[in-house]
Design a protein around this ligand. Structure first.
Ligand SMILES: [Zn+2]
Length: 306
């Protein structure tokens, strides 16, 4: 069944834009990759390859950053969500700068790119990381949890103590809903009062109403308003899907998150990979099940810990 074959893209496609946090311009190229290679970022200007895996995560401040040596690629989560959301297992993501272009702040432009390239089926069965025991990361009233399930689903509760974003819930199950239609277009967002603080820390330099929803005390500042009434929670599901991709292969399990961000999502992925009883790797199409992963990952601080 073609659904169970690994997927790459059919040809090279590219786009250009600026990074949300660095403001740096960059060209991004999506290129086909062989079976079982997963998703790999390439700093095209430095000639450095960085696998899209949890052990390459070097920073989770506001966005997820991968690194190898001195080379960095920041804000990888939206393009990763697009690739995973469309079932792409293997892809080279070449970037000639320090940050993936933010484009419109959602995963929709990356979905268009993949659709423009076309999906190519590969003659090898898909691999999945199956959650076999619940794992959870908590920090005060924030939490993120993965449980065994028969398919991948994500549920996010967003609560920013803001009149427009209180107890906003969005749930998404891959088998019966469209990622491209219901999740990919949801944009990143920020509170106006946080923008100045971020700029003072050298972040959000490329941010504008063209690539983020900006919310002041009572209203949405973007002239076009929201794409979905629950766009905030949908974007958090998008971010979580991108972060889960760093498990190294598609997951089968149920994610439930409350007010979590990239740091907690990464802590969860690491806990999953570091707990042999919590996961197993399967290859679909009748081949034998692979050995459970035995990965040791360096410590990464949780939010709130020094
Ligand atoms: Zn995001």
């Amino acid at each position: 069944m073609s659904y169970w074959k690994q997927r790459t893209i059919s040809r090279r496609v590219s786009c250009t834009g600026v990074g949300l946090h660095s403001g740096a311009p960059a060209r991004l190229v999506l290129a086909p990759a062989p079976p079982d290679t997963g998703i790999r970022f390439v700093r095209a200007d430095l000639g450095v390859e960085i696998p899209a895996r949890a052990d390459a995560v070097v920073d989770t401040t506001l966005s997820t950053t991968l690194g190898a040596g001195d080379a960095r690629v920041a804000t990888v989560e939206h393009v990763l969500a697009a690739l995973t959301g469309l079932g792409v297992d293997n892809c080279r993501v070449e970037v000639d700068g320090p940050e993936v272009p933010i484009l419109d702040g959602s995963a929709a432009p990356f979905v268009y790119l993949v659709q423009e390239a076309g999906i190519a089926l590969q003659p090898v069965g898909k691999r999945f990381l199956v959650v076999s025991q619940a794992v959870e990361v908590k920090d005060g009233d924030r939490s993120v949890r993965l449980e065994p399930a028969r398919e991948l689903s994500l549920r996010f509760v967003a609560d920013f103590s803001h009149p427009l974003i209180t107890e906003q819930v969005f749930g998404f199950t891959f088998s019966d809903r469209s990622f491209a239609r219901e999740v990919a277009p949801a944009r990143t967002f920020c509170l106006l009062k946080d923008v100045e603080a971020m700029r003072a820390r050298g972040l959000a330099r490329g941010g504008s109403l063209e690539n983020a929803i900006v919310v002041d005390e009572f209203s949405i500042l973007n002239p076009g308003g929201l794409r979905f009434p629950d766009e905030f929670a949908r974007h958090k599901v998008l971010d979580a899907l991108g972060d889960l991709t760093l498990a190294g292969m598609p997951l089968i399990g149920a994610l439930s998150a409350r007010k979590s961000g990239h740091a907690m999502n990464q802590a969860l992925v690491r806990k999953l990979l570091e707990t042999p009883a919590a996961h197993r790797v399967i290859r679909v199409s009748g081949e034998k099940e692979l050995e459970p992963l035995q990965i040791r990952l360096p410590a990464l601080a949780l939010p709130g810990t020094p």
